[in-house]
Design a protein around this ligand. Sequence first.
Ligand SMILES: Cc1ncc(COP(=O)(O)O)c(C=O)c1O
Ligand SMILES: [Zn+2]
Length: 412
Amino acid sequence: MSYIKCLYCRECGREYPVAPEHVCEFCFGPLEVGYDYEAIKKVISKDKIQKGPLSIWRYEDLLPVTRDSGIDMGTGFTPLVKAENLGKTLGLNNLYIKNDSTNPTFSFKDRVVSVATNKALEFGFETLACASTGNLAGSVSAHGAKAKMDTKVFFPSDLEQGKILGAAIYGSTLVAVDGTYDEVNRLCSELADNHRWAFVNVNMRPYYSEGSKTLGYEVAEQLGWRAPDRCIVPAASGSLFTKIWKGLNELKDLGLLESVNTFMDLAQPDGCSPIVEAFEQGTYHVKPVKPETIAKSLAIGNPADGFYALKTIAETKGNAVRVPEPEVAECMKLLAETEGIFTETAGGVVISALRSLAKRGIISADEVVVAFVTGNGLKTVEVIEDAADPVFTNPDYKSFQDALNVWNKRSL
Ligand SMILES: Cc1ncc(COP(=O)(O)O)c(C=O)c1O
Ligand SMILES: [Zn+2]
């Protein structure tokens, strides 16, 4: 069962009934899910979780909806890989990659969308929708198909082909908007006010964002019920970042972790780094920017959770790292060549931030570090087009030997 109690305003604390609402009527603050933690404490245990399904639904007691209310795509419980090779390169002895690109639609968005879709079904919605920077469109389209809902996904028209096709294949209605993500989001907010559509990241946002907590739970469980010393997380709206932190703290408050002393480090690409900019200026006021980055999945110029992300960084004495644009593709290659993991641009941003923090001596050699790789590289092949440099040969032994010699000399 679900232990959801209410929605409450993150700013003024006013409580609201459980409904498809996301903004406080009194102060316009964002709404958050409130739980009956006393009741959860009585039923939850490491043993119960470990006996649960190998998916996000093993943490059902801590989510605002149950698996039984809707569909189960098998999202979550993705690999936590010890990155020995990359760790050696960077001088880190306990580096882990949380590889969330292995989810059903190849990004962490399946976590948030699984929760939001089930809640939308519980509320009786027939239409599922979203404002997307790319990955969300694919995930909402897949979940909508499985749930037999009418599905509409809105995104900036300049998205990568892999993202557009990765949504189109599921038969949803694609709406390519001639504008930035922030303009798409504004349009969707207006539509959500006037249609009975479940926009997963607009009117369903309080429930949707809770799905990201499962990344915090999983990492702690996979490390043998301990919190990492450091998390490095890519940020667009900043929601994922704050929810990983929330997840770790919930486990501690419920007695499943002894302590949480985690540095929370946030990564953004140079061409869209409003949260990093505020961090560097020493303010909690995030000034919106117009994104110009190859990491399109992170291209949110006006991040809804920027303020809370900055609070989390301050609370944990973490960092905010701005990644030079040319390092995004370079670090996608670095991760692929060292660990055999092909990530999209957001992963390149994270690995570049990790490398920068390691080089600057901010990470000490024995820290347990988790870098969150949140999406799959096949969706953003445009940025690594020069990576392919084959040995061209005729189909005979001698031609191959000659071609290989030429190729070897050239690459010296
Ligand atoms: C692959 C990937 N990683 C990270 C993020 C950042 O998520 P958030 O908006 O919760 O900060 C996104 C958002 O679209 C994404 O697609
Ligand atoms: Zn309020």
